[in-house]
Design a protein around this ligand. Structure first.
Ligand SMILES: Nc1ncnc2c1ncn2[C@@H]1O[C@H](COP(=O)(O)OP(=O)(O)OP(=O)(O)O)[C@@H](O)[C@H]1O
Ligand SMILES: O=C(O)[C@H](O)CO
Ligand SMILES: [Mg+2]
Length: 417
């Protein structure tokens, strides 16, 4: 049954990018030479990644620090200090925790290596401003950037220059200590210099590009900040190794494997989808209609999968998220059709400011609203797809998953024999 298979594929895919599994299955790929390790874990998945590493490496990890978002830690971890701080805007706890991390790193003797666990949200949580830049400056710039429409690579290009620990600067501060980084990517294309603003990775963005970004999004800043932007960032880091241990590509590949196992012909469309959500929904519906009519692009029964992070220009005052909007837009195009089911979910389990991960829809979704004498278009026009999907019993709720590797879209067409 299509919807059962779809839920099984989603669960399997999320499982494959959970922090614990990602850390434990990749630790052995790091060629750690040192007998003693200091653990630094930053981001929304920091506690779970640190706990997994400590379980796996036990006494090898002598001490360390976790810096995660408020309410994202789950208790003590032996030998590790736990800090919670502000996200998406850095706060005084971000600064306090980062100062503590640098102090601990500075006091490490030569026997130590550094195990660095990175997950999304790290930029706000692991932060220490450059000289003559205040926390208030950083908070204002972060707020301007988040509201500007700039993408995360552009946002982090700026943040690196205003920070003492981003854009490879942590690796320079820790030099010559060796840094072994496991990275849970929440950036499309898995750019290591953008994920959590790449504290231990060379900054591939030039001053000229940074000034261009400032101009394009009309970001207002004082003279101290402007001066900081012009200071070049490290372009050559020799003491850090990085492994991407989870990403939307890993999630998509897992979904493909499970779909194959369930008997579907499979196609991975892209892992960097980032157009307007409702247009993406329509595009998936066009593919579904083509599949029903002509078995193109692949023979039915088929599973067509994509990953990415679409965008929504929110104009209405409703409730929703990009995945809910994408799924709802798909549903509007396939009303009344059989043998089609589609889901779009945020892998962190929270799509927009809602408790839903996204939506799971088919040919009956819109029909069910019409039976309730509801005009289905209103929910899309008002960016209120949470309530539209809720009325149609098509919300997909996973709860916070503990991972954060962008969004996953899965289309199944044609019943298996
Ligand atoms: N009513 C709405 N309908 C559709 N999309 C919305 C609505 N309200 C907010 N959004 C979209 O949700 C986005 C934020 O969603 P979400 O919190 O899942 O972001 P995120 O990128 O996953 O952040 P994080 O990494 O912190 O989880 C906003 O950028 C906005 O485009
Ligand atoms: O913290 C950040 O910079 C974003 O989550 C991208 O990794
Ligand atoms: Mg999210």
């Amino acid at each position: 049954m299509l919807i059962g298979d779809l839920k099984e594929i989603i669960d399997y895919s999320i499982e494959s990018v959970l922090p614990e599994n990602a850390v434990k299955s990749n630790l052995k790929k790091l060629n750690i030479k040192e007998e003693k390790l200091f653990l630094l874990s930053i981001g929304k998945a920091a506690w779970r990644m640190a706990n997994a590493a400590k379980e796996e490496l036990k006494g090898k990890i002598k001490n360390g620090i976790v810096i995660t978002k408020y309410y994202h830690s789950q208790g003590n971890i032996e030998d590790i200090e736990i800090y919670e701080a502000g996200h998406p805007i850095p706060d005084e706890n971000s600064i306090r925790a980062t100062e503590k991390a640098l102090e601990l790193i500075e006091n490490l003797n030569d026997e130590y290596g550094i195990l660095f666990l990175i997950s999304g949200g790290g930029s706000a949580l692991f932060e220490l401003p450059e000289e003559r830049i205040t926390l208030e400056d950083l908070q204002d710039i972060t707020d301007q950037l988040l509201r500007s429409g700039a993408d995360i690579t552009e946002i982090n290009a700026i943040r690196k220059r205003l920070s003492k620990v981003k854009g490879g600067k942590l690796a320079e501060l820790a030099y010559p200590k060796k840094i072994y980084a496991l990275v849970l990517s929440d950036v499309l294309g898995d750019r290591l210099d953008s994920i959590a603003s790449g504290p231990t990775y060379k900054d591939e963005i030039t001053t000229e590009k940074v000034l261009e970004i400032m101009k394009r999004y009309d970001i207002k800043m004082n003279e101290n900040l402007k001066k900081a932007l012009e200071k070049e960032t490290p372009k050559n880091i020799s003491n850090a190794q990085h492994i991407i241990i989870g990403s939307v590509k890993v999630a998509c590949d897992s979904a493909i494997n499970k779909a194959k196992e369930l008997g579907y012909n499979t196609l991975l469309l892209t892992t960097t989808l980032n157009c307007e959500a409702k247009e993406a929904g329509k595009f998936f519906a066009n593919i579904a209609l083509e599949e029903l009519k002509s078995d193109n692009p692949i023979k039915k029964p088929c599973a067509i999968i994509a990953g990415g992070e679409t965008v929504v220009s929110v104009k209405g005052n409703g409730l929703g998220g990009r995945n809910q909007e994408l799924a709802y837009s798909f549903a509007l195009e396939v009303e009344g059709l059989n043998n089609i089911v589609f889901a779009s979910i945020g892998t962190d389990g929270t799509d927009g400011p809602t408790d839903a991960a996204g939506g799971i829809v088919d040919g009956n979704t819109i029909l069910s609203l019409r039976k309730k004498v509801i005009d289905p278009l209103v929910f899309l026009e008002n960016n209120d797809t949470y309530n539209g999907l809720k009325e149609a019993n098509a919300l997909l709720k996973l709860g916070p998953t503990g991972t954060n590797v962008n969004d996953l879209m899965i289309l199944l067409v044609g019943e298996k024999l």
